[in-house]
Design a protein around this ligand. Structure first.
Ligand SMILES: Nc1ncnc2c1ncn2[C@@H]1O[C@H](COP(=O)(O)OP(=O)(O)OP(=O)(O)O)[C@@H](O)[C@H]1O
Length: 497
């Protein structure tokens, strides 16, 4: 027992010098690593928010976007945190009662108040962008469109958010920001990857936007939008066709069929058994067709379906001008379009319609796509209503027309072929955010996408902490070794005195 105690007491490591060095060393390592970890710890996530109202021709939708407050340009992760569909029609429908347009936004604005933490309300920018419905109203009656903007602006100014204005966005902006959204959400911009084209089909206009090696903006410069994003230059081709959204094209095809003012229209784009009384004044009440109103015309006509895809396609073709083109190549209506390139994301009504028709799989050969639409169109209206009792009858009645229009627009309008049709992906969302122009619009207005690639820290946080720890341990070992001369001498065997 006493021999053991003696051995312990005489252990050469138990000198005051080594004990002090060890304690100081351990404290130093712990302090160094703690400081490194604390100093570089990702801060608790504070979020910032931005709100965009998409005032479309058919309806208005509110989108709330959020992003971590500290690392805007670095992480670039702006995501949609909430959306709200405004009840009722688009704001352009309130031309004769503009105050109701402002009123209609209230429910969604209250939802936004709940969604965004109140301490962030004041700093949250709120934008309203109006698209083709208001473009058309502005052409038709600019006083009425000013009245609508005044009413919605008044309603939005009373919100707790930082209202940045309501305005009509141009077709070019709508196309370009839709493209930014798709490529931003796919992380293609930051990584400098080949971009995805954007196909947007609304109610009153449609947009096509893509980057093509054959387009530098010199031919038809009005279709060119240039961006410098994350250190890469993009020369985007974009075009918006006003009146070529699916609601306005439906009116144009009906206008074409009612040129002589008949009392009954036999429409191949609607199902057999479908019949409705429609008003001539309402049908022609849009600048897309107003100049074609038959004079004189009866008050109404009987709209009767015959359900024939091929005939429907013939009628739909009449809304396109495929012959005039002063450029090297055109899509339609004399509009320049370079050769199609790369993958495409097709959203909004492209998705709604093709999803309903079960045609989102673009590996389905085009001939089979047409056959499926043919069968759908040929199904009697009574059967369709029975088969889909929960779908809005307005949409249900129009899927035959809409499917026919989409296929005609893509293949004969934009020149997609059997070879590149599979390059199209019909999409609604990308990583939980809706595809559309609103996110791109907000990213642009808040300068969220830097022109140059942000400087990256050379190491990720985890790697940094590991390296600091390893270096600290090595330093400690080195110090211990450098103190060798003062190490007490010891033999392998414990000395028993
Ligand atoms: N579930 C659905 N099925 C079929 N059509 C739909 C569905 N939901 C919306 N739509 C229609 O799709 C079209 C496009 O809708 P979207 O909201 O993208 O357009 P918008 O913003 O109103 O139009 P624009 O961009 O031309 O101003 C509209 O005609 C709308 O009525």
């Amino acid at each position: 027992m006493s021999a053991q105690r003696e051995m312990k007491e005489k252990n050469p490591w138990h000198t005051p010098a080594t004990i002090i060095i060890t304690v100081i060393g351990v404290i130093a390592i712990v302090a160094l690593v703690t400081v490194a970890v604390l100093q570089n710890k990702p801060l608790p996530k504070k979020y910032k928010y931005g709100i965009v109202l998409d005032a479309g021709s058919s309806h208005t939708a509110l989108y709330i976007y959020g992003w971590p407050a500290e690392k805007v340009n670095d992480t670039g992760r702006v995501v949609q945190v909430h959306s709200c569909k405004v009840k009722g029609p688009g704001i352009s429908s309130y031309a004769s009662a503009p105050l109701n347009a402002g009123e209609s936004l209230k429910v969604c604005m209250l939802e936004a108040k709940d969604q965004v933490p109140s301490k962030r309300h004041q700093e949250t920018p709120l934008y309203l962008g109006a698209t083709a419905g208001m473009r058309l109203l502005n052409i038709e009656n600019s006083t009425a469109s000013d009245g609508v903007f005044q009413a919605v602006s008044q309603a939005l100014q009373t919100s707790p958010f930082s209202f940045q204005g309501a305005r009509i966005i141009s077709g070019q902006e709508e196309g370009a920001f839709g493209w930014v959204t798709v490529n931003y959400l796919d992380d293609r911009l930051k990584q400098g990857l080949e971009t995805t084209g954007a196909l947007d089909l609304g109610g009153a206009s449609t947009q096509i936007s893509f980057v093509s090696d054959n387009y530098d903006g010199s031919e038809s410069p009005k279709n060119s939008v240039t961006f410098r994003l994350y250190g890469n230059d993009y020369n985007l081709y974009t075009h918006s066709f006003l009146c070529y959204g699916k609601d306005q094209v439906l009116r144009m095809t009906l206008a074409h069929q009612t040129q002589s003012g008949p009392a009954t229209v036999l429409d191949p784009c609607f199902h057999r058994g479908y019949t409705a009384i429609k008003n001539y004044t309402v049908l022609y009440d849009t600048p897309c067709v107003s100049d074609r109103k038959p004079q004189p015309a009866p008050a109404s006509f009987n709209h009767t379906g015959t359900g024939d895809f091929q005939e429907c396609q013939r009628v739909v073709r009449n809304v396109f001008n495929f012959t005039d083109c002063k450029y090297s190549r055109c899509s339609f209506n004399g509009v320049f379009q370079p050769s199609l390139q790369g993958p495409f994301g097709a959203f909004s009504a492209y998705y709604f319609v093709m999803n309903f028709l079960n045609l989102t799989d673009t590996s389905t050969p085009l001939e089979d796509v047409k056959k499926k639409i043919t069968n759908y169109c040929a199904t009697p209206w009574e059967q369709i209503k029975e088969q889909y009792p929960h779908i809005k009858q307005k949409y249900l009645a129009e899927y035959c027309f809409s499917g026919t229009y989409i296929i005609t627009l893509l293949t004969e309008g934009y020149n997609f072929t059997s070879e590149n049709y599979p390059n199209i992906k019909f999409i609604k969302k990308i990583k939980d955010s809706d595809a559309g122009w609103t996110l791109g619009y907000m990213l642009n207005l808040t300068n969220m996408i830097p022109a140059e690639a942000p400087d990256k820290p050379p190491l990720p946080h985890g790697g940094y902490v590991s390296i600091v720890t390893i270096i600290a341990i090595l330093l400690f070992v080195l110090i211990i070794f450098s103190l060798r001369p003062i190490w007490p001498r010891c033999s392998k065997r414990p000395q028993i005195i």
